[in-house]
Design a protein around this ligand. Structure first.
Ligand code: FES
Length: 218
């Protein structure tokens, strides 16, 4: 495997922990809010009644909650940081995008925890397992961006083998097969996020399929 085949996922800030990388600029956030307004107008009742959507009680910081059914996604980094991601934004065969979930009903960007980062990509559907295909929309699939070994962000992409790579200890994950571990020290696949599309906007069809990041220490 040559290093030249491996690219960083999601632009300049991925993997860094600078505050500027984690907090969308106010103007971008406004754009995200405006972008989500359409979804808010068109589909609020639908997702309020979705049983897969967790209730937000008093004192719960919704920005720290993991992705919920009905959430949209916004670019985490790059020139379009803070903008809502449409299905057309996810180019076939391109490097995965890094996104934060965005609740268009409550206007909440879920960037309160770095564990909420999501990888979004689009590969050939006929390369997917049946389970992965069932969670995809037009070939677009999504996974937690947090390594299940020691919680590093998964920031590299092997374009020839189409594998995610965690740079911390080199775990490789196969997104075509449920992000199962191909090699490296991690023991669990990255949790997946089922997708749908609403008025062209990429939208979570349910919650994550498993716990994000490493298992709780006992
Ligand atoms: S934290 Fe990802 S391989 Fe160790």
């Amino acid at each position: 495997m040559s290093q030249t085949e491996i690219g960083l996922i999601g632009g300049d800030c991925v993997g860094k922990r600078k505050r500027s990388c984690q907090q969308p600029r106010p103007d971008r956030r406004r754009r995200a809010l405006l972008g989500g307004l359409t979804g808010w107008i068109l589909s609020p009742i639908l997702f309020r009644s979705d049983p897969a959507r967790a209730a937000v009680g008093d004192g719960v910081n919704a920005s720290k909650m993991r992705a919920q059914a009905g959430d949209q996604f916004v670019f985490k980094t790059g020139a379009r940081k803070g903008e809502v991601i449409t299905i057309a934004d996810v180019a076939f065969g391109a490097r995965p995008l890094v996104a934060y979930p965005y609740d268009p009903i409550e206007g909440v960007l879920r960037n309160g925890s770095r564990l909420n980062q999501i990888l979004v990509l689009r590969l050939a559907e006929d390369s997917y397992t049946d389970k992965v295909r069932a969670r995809a929309v037009d070939g677009v699939i999504a996974y937690s961006a947090i390594c299940t070994h020691e919680n590093c962000p998964v920031t590299a992409w092997h374009s020839d083998d189409q594998l995610f790579i965690c740079p911390c200890h080199e775990t490789h994950y196969d997104p075509k097969n449920g992000a199962r571990v191909v090699s490296g020290p991690a023991k669990r696949a990255l949790p997946a996020l089922p997708l749908t599309v609403k008025d062209g906007v990429l939208t979570a069809a349910g919650g994550l399929t498993g716990r994000v990041g490493r298992r709780k220490r006992t």
